[in-house]
Design a protein around this ligand. Structure first.
Ligand SMILES: NC(=O)c1ccc[n+]([C@@H]2O[C@H](COP(=O)([O-])OP(=O)(O)OC[C@H]3O[C@@H](n4cnc5c(N)ncnc54)[C@H](OP(=O)(O)O)[C@@H]3O)[C@@H](O)[C@H]2O)c1
Length: 331
């Protein structure tokens, strides 16, 4: 592992195509920019077209020869996830890097996605579960294809509450966020085990940004008190920059020879700051039994069964009725 690895060390990404979810803001923006700088064609998968266009312009200004596209993806709607996957398959037909980055924090009171899932579980975890299942087959024939799923220190406080996954009986904003982050990490590790068992060349890795000053604390703020704590929390005295926070994600996505199942985070101050290093994970995140159970429930909830056959991967067809004629999620 290289010490003090930076975006300048990213291996040549020319000829590769990447999808970065939530690429209009924070860590996703810098991950997208630096992949583009290394030569990758990058699709900014965002829910707000204007914010997406603005981010694309900012990347283009910083990297004049960047190959950037904006695609419409709302992870809080399975219909939107299916339409994005269908559009991407039609437009590109192949994928090298999938960065499952977008995230929403802890809302109070409880909110739901379009499909009735608790918002952070539905967005951070189930939306990315479905997206990955729908795009996986496009990665199989590529060279060094990788899926990087963003975890977070909150996973250590998480518990998968199978009796009340959507927090309908008992909801706590931080409990919900922590469950969603534990679920993303369980998913990244379980996907790695399944890909290996199938003899796939696709690698599943996880990464977290440490503690980075982004928009996430503000996006979930519903009161002045929330905004006050958001300002303190995102203060650079405590948090590192979003640009630094993107490094572990970029490292997981591009460092040559990195094994599937790796978990990368900042190397200093209890994984809150500085350059990428292998990160720790809780025993709960490594629990294969919980991961299998969660996987089965997630297939049922999303209606996206991963078809991982020995030596080959097949992605389920996007149901034709999910795609409106003439509609394109590219924006
Ligand atoms: N910042 C930290 O210290 C920290 C620590 C640990 C983990 N993380 C993780 O890092 C990831 C990136 O967060 P960030 O800190 O960079 O926050 P951010 O600046 O708020 O970025 C979050 C991104 O996710 C997008 N998003 C939210 N809900 C979405 C949805 N339903 N569909 C599509 N996109 C959606 C946001 O879009 P809009 O702009 O439209 O809202 C935004 O682009 C998240 O997974 C977060 O859990 C962050």
């Amino acid at each position: 592992m290289t010490n003090n690895w930076t975006a300048a060390d990213i291996a040549d990404q020319r000829g590769r195509i990447a999808v970065v979810t939530g690429a209009n803001s924070g860590i996703g923006f810098f991950a997208a920019r630096d992949l583009a700088r290394a030569g990758a064609r990058v699709v900014l998968a965002v829910r707000n077209a204007e914010k997406g266009a603005e981010a694309a312009r900012a990347i283009q200004a910083a990297v004049p020869n960047a190959k950037i596209e904006v695609g419409s993806l709302d992870l809080a709607s399975l219909d939107s996830v299916r339409r994005f996957a269908e559009w991407f398959q039609r437009e590109h037909g192949a994928l090298d890097l999938l960065i499952n980055n977008a995230g929403t924090m802890a809302f109070s009171p409880r909110r739901e996605t379009a499909d009735g899932f608790e918002l952070s579980f539905g967005t951070n975890y189930l939306g990315h579960f479905a997206l990955t299942g729908l795009l996986l087959a496009l990665m199989e024939a590529r060279e060094d294809p990788r899926i990087v799923t963003i975890s977070g220190a909150f996973h250590r406080m998480g518990r998968i509450n199978f009796d009340d996954l959507q927090g309908e009986r008992r909801y706590g904003r931080w409990r919900a966020y922590a469950q969603s982050k534990l679920a993303t990490l369980l998913f990244a590790f379980e996907l790695d085990r399944r890909l290996r068992a199938a003899g796939s060349t696709v690698r599943s890795l996880a990464a977290h940004p440490g503690y980075a000053a982004t928009n996430i604390q503000f996006a979930a703020a519903t009161s002045r008190l929330d905004r006050f704590f958001g300002k303190i929390g995102s203060n650079r005295l405590f948090a590192q920059s979003a640009e630094m926070g993107a490094l572990p994600i970029l490292y997981a996505a591009t460092y040559p020879g990195l094994e599937g199942g790796a978990h990368i985070g900042p190397g200093r101050l209890f994984e809150a700051r500085r350059y990428p290093k292998p990160a720790g994970s809780s025993a709960a995140a490594r629990d294969g039994e919980t991961a299998r159970r969660l996987w089965n429930v997630s297939e049922q909830l999303t209606g996206v069964p991963f078809q991982i056959a020995a030596g080959a991967l097949q992605t389920p067809e996007v149901p034709p009725e999910q795609v409106q004629a003439g509609e394109t999620p590219g924006v």
